[in-house]
Ligand binder design. Structure first.
Ligand SMILES: [Zn+2]
Ligand SMILES: [Zn+2]
Length: 242
């Protein structure tokens, strides 16, 4: 399923299995020929994600990069499959997750040892399956002009060390990865490299933004967010985030 959420912002819904598959967003004005994919998804979902992009009438040659909100398995699992079809696309990742990704340290990808062995068996993954060269390291604070739309990069650690959000201040659109979801839910904060205290700070920082359209990594998207929604979510969760 693929749909346009706003001009130059497309939503491709994840196809959850017993492990969730992250949503993917395609950003950039169609005539810019400078499109970015935000996140990939779970192993085996490359054909589905690329097929959905194709169904939007997007020419693959206009896809210039994949930007990861973070590098958990449910977001990066099908990246290699996708890059086989779009090998020219650059990979942009926050510095703190770029380093392990390049050195083949997959502890953030899998999140926990037990999950790693289960997934490797289930999906027939070999050691070193998640070693990637990163073309651009993000730090947070960048103002990116992508396909004719301006996005601010925010570093919002906690769910993972290098989690980022993309924010379109003009249209009040936020792509926060797994840090905050619709319906007052937040991402987990118990995996490798996670921190409840950092997560809390990140939620309160996001809570300062004006957001009408929330495009999270999972669950439903919300295109008519109540005012103060993220700040309220942060307040509700704060006592548990230490
Ligand atoms: Zn995650
Ligand atoms: Zn996720």
């Amino acid at each position: 399923m693929a749909q346009q959420v706003a001009e130059g912002v497309y939503f491709i819904q994840g196809q959850d299995e017993f492990i969730p598959d992250s949503h993917m967003y395609v950003i950039g004005k169609p005539d810019s020929e400078d499109l970015s994919l935000i996140d990939a998804g779970l192993m085996g979902k490359g054909d589905y994600k690329l097929g959905s992009i194709d169904s939007l009438g997007i020419d693959f040659t206009s896809i210039k990069r994949v930007i990861m909100t973070h590098t958990h398995l449910d977001h990066i699992g099908c990246l290699a499959e996708m890059l086989e079809r779009i090998p020219w696309a650059e990979l942009w990742v926050h510095e703190l997750e770029a380093r392990p990704l390049e050195s083949g340290d997959d502890r953030i990808v899998y999140g926990m040892e037990m999950f790693k062995s289960m997934c490797m068996t289930q999906y027939n993954l070999k050691p070193g399956s998640f070693s990637f060269q990163v073309d651009r390291r993000l730090n947070g604070g960048e103002e990116l002009e992508l396909g004719g739309i301006r996005w601010e990069v925010m570093h919002i650690p906690g769910h993972s060390p290098g989690s980022i959000a993309l924010y379109d201040r003009q249209r009040k659109i936020l792509i926060p990865g797994d840090v905050v979801y619709a319906d007052y839910a937040i991402g987990r904060f118990d995996l490798h490299g996670a921190s409840g205290a950092e997560h809390k700070k990140s939620l309160f920082r996001l809570g300062e933004l004006e957001v009408d359209i929330l495009l999270s990594g999972h669950n439903r998207i919300d295109t008519n967010l109540p005012p103060g929604y993220i700040a309220d979510t942060a307040k509700q969760w704060a006592p548990y985030l230490t």
